[in-house]
Design a binder for this molecule. Structure first.
Ligand SMILES: [Zn+2]
Ligand SMILES: [Zn+2]
Length: 156
């Protein structure tokens, strides 16, 4: 299986919905990063081997419809879900200038291949991704500027 890489940034605005359609998401700026997370929390919340994320600047997400908090409750991280179908929509880390959205809710998210993968220490042994940057934990904050720059360079 081959796919053209690197994939370009998607055209914005991006639109998507939860599984039942009660919540519509619109993203008005291109993602600044894509990621897969192998942590056991993401495995539980996604009912899969890893979660997928696109990070977009705070303020670039418009939500039409009510959301409810789900997942693990933490003052540092809100997980927003659809109150009808209970799908996991996006997560908002407190105090950060970005929001983490589930890219497979959007139309044709082929551009969402993960650029980084995190929490490899908790990975299912068979679960691999094409991410060129792999971390056993989370990237140290000092790595982020270079990662964001490298991501942007591959998606122009
Ligand atoms: Zn729904
Ligand atoms: Zn995770």
């Amino acid at each position: 299986m081959t796919s053209p890489r690197p994939l370009p940034s998607p055209e914005t605005p991006l639109t998507g919905t939860c599984r039942c359609g009660a919540v519509t998401l619109t993203v008005t700026a291109p993602p600044i990063m894509t990621a897969a997370c192998h942590c056991t929390g993401c495995q539980s919340m996604s009912a899969s081997a890893f979660s997928l994320t696109m990070m977009v600047p705070l303020g670039a997400l418009e939500v039409d419809g009510e959301t409810t908090l789900g997942g693990a409750r933490s003052p540092d991280l809100d997980h927003h879900c659809c109150p009808a179908c209970h799908g996991w929509l996006y997560s908002r880390p407190a105090g950060m200038p970005f929001i983490n959205i589930r890219p497979t809710l959007f139309d044709d998210p082929r551009w969402a291949d993960p650029f980084i993968e995190t929490m490899g220490a908790e990975r299912q042994p068979w679960a691999t991704t094409p991410a060129p940057h792999s971390y056993e934990g989370f990237p140290p904050p000092e790595d982020f500027p270079a990662l964001l720059e490298a991501f942007a360079a591959t998606r122009l």
